[in-house]
Design a protein around this ligand. Structure first.
Ligand code: ATP
Length: 872
């Protein structure tokens, strides 16, 4: 059925729905069972088998397979077998980790799944969008994402952005109309389509198609491929791995050449090359990164920060500016009306008088020009507006039913129904509605004082007269506004005019001023501590708000964002600065007031020009571009629009500024843990490379066989590396400066640290090898292998933190002890169970030799620990 060409009654019949009451529960269940959930079938995911096979595509693994083949030729079939078994184990491990990481991403996705407002069983409710069915009555307003296709039933200036469907980026107007002939999709103004964004206005819509039946579903089925996105860190490690692989191949060829030149047999020379290749390949590297990131995001989700884009975890670690909204993020967003300025007097709500005409007009404006509602003491809607309804209820006489104004707010709203409206938007900072008051068409306007006062020409007085507004009046009003603002109160101004003109942005002029209402929104308790922690962490917090500058500065001072010597700018002042001037001032500015969403983008750009990594919060429809532009765009889980959540890379489930700071700490810890795990793996590998190179250059026999190195790299090294990844993090992590974003993970000091530690372990291993050689080459190999394994297991403790093990202790990371214990037991089994000797090419060692091994393996760790103690 082509719904855009049908009459509404036909549509209602076809879909079996009622436009006023919506569907009832039973019908919904039946429909849901029939058409399935409202979700796009995701592109074919890789099957487990495919993931498993892909583990063998890696160049490193291919080198290992070649090593296995060479081993077979050199007569050690057992080695070949072990290599193959280990490779399969490795692939299984890789597959499990891949599936786990994928699952954890899935669960994050479901945490940020979109919702939809509907009318069902005759009542308004909010449901998960995936439960929508055709026939549902969907309520759309600015900031929503359209989650199904639908036909418009009622329209109040709805504008949507359909770029994801049509590619057209301008907003399109929607209409409640009917077409009698065929029109292309982009011109069907009476329809809305899934995945478009509501940028303005409101509408009621009947759902006509869900899931894969929607227009976007039809396109999605054509391009059913989900791309795997890799984070910058993963990409740079991939690049490092491929460079390493090339270097290894070159080195192997070189070693092979040297051995041949020495007059060795081809097969013996090959053994050297194979040992080197196996020693050098950090098999566990890439999966460790994936798994540590996945665990990090899980932890963040538990602490209310939902990561939508893995790259944000890395960026969080180097965030040095957080630009945060005030209302709801730094403050509680629990507004209460404090004082009212009306008829040149400051009054409390209880002091308003129903028989005063001026007061009555304020109350009309307060209730009628208001989209909130209070039911059972609970507020639904914008807290700024809910506070006004609470105020209305405090006025003496309201509940008594004496006269029109005695009516409850619902009754008043029914009595003077809304004829037209221009909704509030944070650019215009005004809202207007039109009603019949005693049969006279009247437009009520409320909004920010600086915008509204300019549009007032008259003032209504206490004695029920109206006269032109004088400069003296303006001065008095502004002075009062200043007094409210200095106390940190949000101020709303109220005005009206009697007029029958069609209501639009252009009719918000020639108004009559009524009064001011001030509202208190206390700072969140956690905000002050969080701002202090941010400061210690080298992060500047900047407040961005639509509120008045004086109000904003007063609150910013309370929270600790605005300190002596800081500056505050309004959006208008910002507009007068060019980029150079802004760049000069930006470090000083800690409050931006009366900003528009475009201002936000300029602020992000200016900080980014300074090379800073910026996190910015946003909740409105128009915030999406700024959220996308920021390095870490943060949306509000509770009050945020679907549009802002869609654009953000992190969502705060509790809307709380303090959660951002926790997420930064987690981001830093994840990065630190990954770095430590990488350091551990690479320094261990380096020690083996140095040993093999040394043996080759000096003309000694090959110190390890491939199986031994594989055992270390894949088994005994993986466990401590994982344990390092689980490290809970340095409690002082927020006392350090943010990481320099330009610096790669493998910076100079890190590389030299890896080199020194690798060299220390190598010296211990070479000593063991030389001592063993006095006995036999087989003993030498056994001793070298055992020392290498044990030294690397011990080295796991060194890499947990920058601090010495005596400072961090074992209690907060039992995994590291467990990893060490398991590795040591496995090594002991290899050395002590004779049946395993031939598999791993080891000999039985004497007690004295075992003690030598333990002693030598301890030396690097002792030295590294001493150096840590000295350095701190
Ligand atoms: P923040 O940016 O700190 O989150 P905000 O986004 O809530 O603040 P806006 O909602 O843009 O700020 O409000 C800016 C100004 O607009 C307020 O100071 C108030 O004067 C006015 N205002 C706020 N809400 C309404 C409303 N519903 N109707 C009319 N005017 C409003």
């Amino acid at each position: 059925m082509e719904f855009y060409r049908q009459t509404k009654s036909k549509i209602a019949k076809e879909l079996g729905t009622n436009f006023e009451k919506g569907l009832d529960s039973q019908v919904i269940q039946e429909k849901l069972a029939k058409v399935g959930p409202n979700a796009l079938v995701e592109g074919k995911k890789k099957g487990v088998l495919q993931v498993f096979l892909e583990q063998f595509k890696d160049l490193m693994v291919i080198i290992l397979i070649i090593a296995a083949i060479i081993s077979a030729f050199t007569g050690s079939l057992e080695s070949t077998l072990v290599i193959i078994v280990v490779l399969i184990l490795n692939a299984i491990l890789g597959t499990v980790q891949h599936v786990k990481a994928e699952k954890s991403l899935e669960s994050l996705k479901s945490l940020s799944a979109p919702t939809a407002k509907v009318i069902r069983n005759g009542q308004k409710s909010e449901i998960e969008a995936k439960n929508l069915v055709p026939g549902d009555i969907l309520l759309l307003e600015a900031g929503d994402m359209v989650t199904a296709d639908g036909r418009i039933l009622e329209n109040a200036s709805l504008q949507v952005n359909e770029s994801s469907l049509t590619g057209e980026s301008t907003n399109v107007d929607k209409l409640d109309t009917q077409f009698d002939k065929e029109v292309p999709l982009a011109d069907r103004m009476n329809m809305v389509y899934s995945s478009s964004l509501v940028t303005y206005g409101r509408a009621t819509v009947v759902v006509t198609a869900t899931g894969m039946q929607t227009e976007i579903g039809k396109i999605a089925s054509l391009m059913n491929e989900t791309k795997e996105r890799r984070t910058p860190l993963q990409v740079s490690l991939d690049q490092f791995s491929s460079r390493l692989a090339t270097a290894i191949l070159v080195l192997c060829a070189l070693i092979f050449g040297i051995q041949m030149w020495r007059g060795q047999q081809i097969l013996d020379s090959l053994l050297f090359a194979v040992a080197l290749a196996v020693a050098a390949i950090p098999e566990a590297l890439s999966s460790i990164v994936t798994i540590v990131q996945a665990m990090g995001t899980q932890k963040m989700a538990k602490e209310n920060a939902i990561i939508k884009n893995l790259a944000a975890v890395e960026s969080l670690g180097s965030v040095s500016v957080i630009a945060s909204d005030k209302t709801g993020t730094l403050t509680q967003n629990k507004m209460t009306v404090e004082d009212i300025y009306i008829g040149e007097k400051v009054l409390k709500p209880q002091e308003l008088n129903l028989s005063n005409q001026l007061h009555r007009y304020l109350l009309y404006d307060v209730v009628l020009n208001n989209d909130s509602s209070l039911s059972d003491g609970k507020a639904i809607g914008d807290p700024t507006e809910s506070a006004l309804l609470e105020m209305y209820r405090q006025v003496p006489g309201i509940d008594l039913g004496n006269g029109v104004l005695g009516l409850s707010e619902q009754e008043l709203r029914e009595h003077a129904g809304r004829l037209e409206e221009v909704p509030f938007d944070s650019d215009r900072k005004l809202m207007s509605t039109k009603h019949l008051i005693h049969t006279v068409p009247t437009i009520f306007v409320k909004g920010a004082i600086d915008v509204l006062l300019k549009r007032c020409i008259n003032i209504r007085l206490d004695n029920d007269t109206i006269r032109p507004m004088t400069d003296e009046d303006r001065k008095k009003i502004l002075e009062q506004n200043n007094r409210f603002s200095e106390a940190g109160l949000r101020v709303l101004a109220f005005a009206y005019k009697e007029s029958n003109e069609e209501l639009s942005i252009n009719s918000e002029n020639d108004l009559t001023f009524i009064g001011l209402v001030s509202e208190m929104d206390p700072p969140r308790q956690e905000s002050v501590a969080a701002v202090t922690r941010a400061k210690e962490a080298g992060i500047k917090t900047v407040m961005i708000t639509g509120d008045h500058k004086v109000t904003a500065v007063a609150i910013a001072k309370k929270i600790g964002i605005f300190t002596d010597g800081d500056m505050a700018l309004t959006g208008l002042e910002l507009d007068t600065l060019n980029d150079d001037e802004l760049d000069q001032k930006i470090e000083k500015v800690s409050v931006y007031a009366r900003v528009s969403p475009e201002n936000k983008i300029r602020i992000v750009n200016a900080w980014q020009r300074k090379g800073r990594i910026v996190s910015m919060t946003g909740d409105g429809v128009n915030d999406a571009p700024a959220l996308k532009k920021a390095d870490v765009g943060v949306a509000m889980g509770i009050t945020g629009t679907e549009v802002s959540k869609d654009a953000a890379s992190m969502i705060l489930a509790d809307d709380n500024f303090a959660t951002i700071i926790k997420a930064v700490a987690n981001g830093r810890t994840v990065y630190e843990n990954i770095k430590n795990a990488i350091g551990y793996l690479l320094s261990g590998n380096l020690s083996a490379i140095i040993t093999v190179l040394f043996a080759s250059l000096v003309g000694l026999p090959v110190p390890f066989v491939a199986v031994q190195l594989l055992f270390i790299n894949l088994v005994t090294d993986s466990l401590p590396a994982l344990a390092i990844g689980m490290e809970p993090g340095d409690p002082d992590i927020l006392k350090r400066k943010p990481r320099d974003p330009k610096e790669g993970i493998l910076n100079k000091s890190f590389v030299s640290q890896i080199a020194i530690q690798g060299l220390l372990i190598a010296i211990a291993v070479i000593s063991a090898f030389l001592l063993g050689l006095k006995d036999s080459p087989a003993t030498a190999t056994t001793m070298a292998f055992s020392t290498l394994t044990f030294a690397r297991l011990l080295h796991g403790f060194n890499c947990r933190s920058q601090h010495s093990i005596f400072k961090i202790g074992f209690k907060n990371n039992w995994y590291s002890l467990a990893a060490f214990a398991v590795g040591t037991i496995l090594l002991a089994l290899i050395l002590l169970v004779p049946g395993l000797h031939s598999l791993f090419a080891v000999e039985t060692l004497s007690m004295q030799e075992l003690l030598i091994i333990a002693g030598l393996a301890l030396v690097p760790t002792i030295l590294i620990q001493i150096s840590k103690i000295i350095r701190h």
